[in-house]
Ligand binder design. Sequence first.
Ligand SMILES: [Zn+2]
Length: 361
Amino acid sequence: MEITYPFARVFADSTNRLSAFFCHDARHNSFQPIGDIGNGLVDFCELDFAPALEQTKALATMEVTSANAEEMKSVCWAAVDLFKGQHAYAHFFLNSDLVRNFYASNRSLPEQADYAHFLFRYYAGLQALYREALELCLSTEVLPEYTLPERFVMFANRHPDIQNQMLRTMYAVAPIRRGQFHAEQLISFDDPATVDVRKVLDGLHRDSENAVSLHPYFAVQSLEEMLHLELMEAVKRGIRVKRCGLCDRYFALTDKRRRNYCDRLYDGKHTCKQIGAKQKFSQSVEDDSFLQEFQRVYNRMYSRYYREDASVSDGGTKKLSAEEFKTWTTAASELRRAYLRKEISGEELLSSISVDAGAKE
Ligand SMILES: [Zn+2]
């Protein structure tokens, strides 16, 4: 299981954040605080893969020879650049996979085109898995009759690959004090020969509890590994996700504070949190009887989808297929957003989803 560049060294410490070094090659790396654990998963699920899939469609039928190999690569680079600035690590890992595919694999040119074509489709497909993970393992609003451990086991049983996923760990001297990564102690240099090693180590170890501040890190080579790492750390730490009371999108709750709004920009200038703080009445699910009823209907639909695991109380209804469930949730989320924007009333919200649900009690 050899590691090849590019890859990332990811440190998990006692804070609910991950610290990563994106190692581009043997001489170049960049430090990247990835942010609150959980939000990387939420943001991945929200990425729009459609434009990248459209751009790479041509790869499936392209006859790649050495004459047009560069053209194939530029199609891929353009597609991967669509994710630039959109996601803290998705761009890095997708880009890395392509670099390895083109420059560090034994694949022939047509195989490289096939693999690149597959790659974008594969990750677009992984969104469904991680959307399910958000709802089943990290949200407490869905299927509340199950405990989180029960829900995690349910999820793992549905996806045996999750249980078999391996991650590689290595050791490195790193500035970690009292369980926390200290990014300000990092030094950057262009030429290792110019670094005063004794001074650097002295600074790094001054407050260390250990003789040598040696710590394990994850050597992460693909987006798949990174998503797995973040999910496992989120589950392990008991991090929850919740829907924002304004934009209705999920966000991670990384501390014990009660929060109803996310930090995304809502109107181009202010975040949901800033606008939410000014609103007189909190629109959280707990305080809104229409949203409570919405969640009850949502959970009933969810149970019908997961019938194999769930004991469902509404006897006569049939199990929903994945496709039916997706169609229903897409429509229901849109209605819920319209309600939060005050475009429809609570009564309208409930009557619309009940018609769609088909089985009103
Ligand atoms: Zn929001």
